[in-house]
Design a protein around this ligand. Structure first.
Ligand SMILES: [Fe+2]
Length: 245
């Protein structure tokens, strides 16, 4: 090997070292970017969780506002939300995964805060004017929940939770699939809980009795497909949901 060749080899070695140094620097830089990204992602996730927690706290505060006046409603809201979500997971998992669905279920009767005690706690039958006031609670609730600005879908459940499949419900008399699916599901869960819960004037029905009574109302009060799906949930599971398991 001549002197020229040695010089060329040294030069190449030098260049190679330089490339290695550059590659090392690039690798370290990439590692820094990756670590920055991980940190940003973690911070974003923490912020998302905080935001969700504040939604839940807001919803809880609203539910408590109703519960404070009507002890039955608070526990009822939790049970109906549990039944409703179980059904929604069977029927439309994407709808079930949307937190607004649960919020709407929990808040369905929030509009009752506007009712005077004399009507809310009246033991006997309501007169026509009192009934008219009670029937306004879905619209009032929708305004309260919709007014938060971030619970638009939940507000729709609140508004339509007393609509009926045959169009004989209120406030808008919507029929069939014009009623939002979550509100149709809610109506079934609501009735299931109302039938199976003890009241001062009557004991609650068994699950079998409630299922039979609800089945009779398929196609008039309720979406028949949802009643079919309810039959897929065993009594034992409904019992667990009732106890909050
Ligand atoms: Fe209601």
């Amino acid at each position: 090997m001549g002197e020229g060749d040695i010089a060329t080899v040294e030069l190449l070695k030098g260049e190679l070292d330089e490339r290695r140094r550059e590659a090392g620097q690039r690798e370290r830089q990439l590692e820094r970017y990756a670590s920055d990204l991980r940190e940003t992602f973690k911070a974003e996730r923490a912020r998302g969780e905080q935001l969700r927690a504040s939604y839940v706290a807001t919803v809880r505060a609203l539910v408590n506002a109703v519960e404070a006046r009507d002890a039955y409603t608070g526990a009822h809201a939790d049970r109906v939300a549990a039944y409703g979500l179980e059904l929604t997971w069977l029927i439309d998992p994407r709808l079930a995964a949307d937190p607004q669905t649960e919020f709407g279920f929990l808040l369905h009767d929030v509009g009752k805060v506007a009712l005077p005690d004399g009507i809310l706690h009246k033991p006997g039958r309501l007169g026509p004017e009192e009934r008219r006031l009670v029937r306004r609670h879905p619209e009032i609730g929708c305004e309260i929940v919709g007014g938060t600005g971030f619970l638009t879908d939940a507000a729709q459940i609140v508004r339509y939770h007393h609509e009926q499949w045959d169009g004989n419900g209120y406030p808008d008399g919507l029929a069939g699939d014009k009623i939002p699916l979550a509100a149709r599901i809610f109506a079934v869960a609501d009735t299931l809980d109302a039938m199976t819960t003890d009241r001062p004037y009557r004991p609650g029905a068994s699950l079998a009795e409630a299922r039979a009574e609800i089945r009779v109302l398929a196609g008039t009060q309720f979406d028949p497909d949802i009643i079919d799906r309810l039959d897929e949930i065993p009594d034992a599971r409904l019992g667990q949901l009732r106890e909050g398991v």
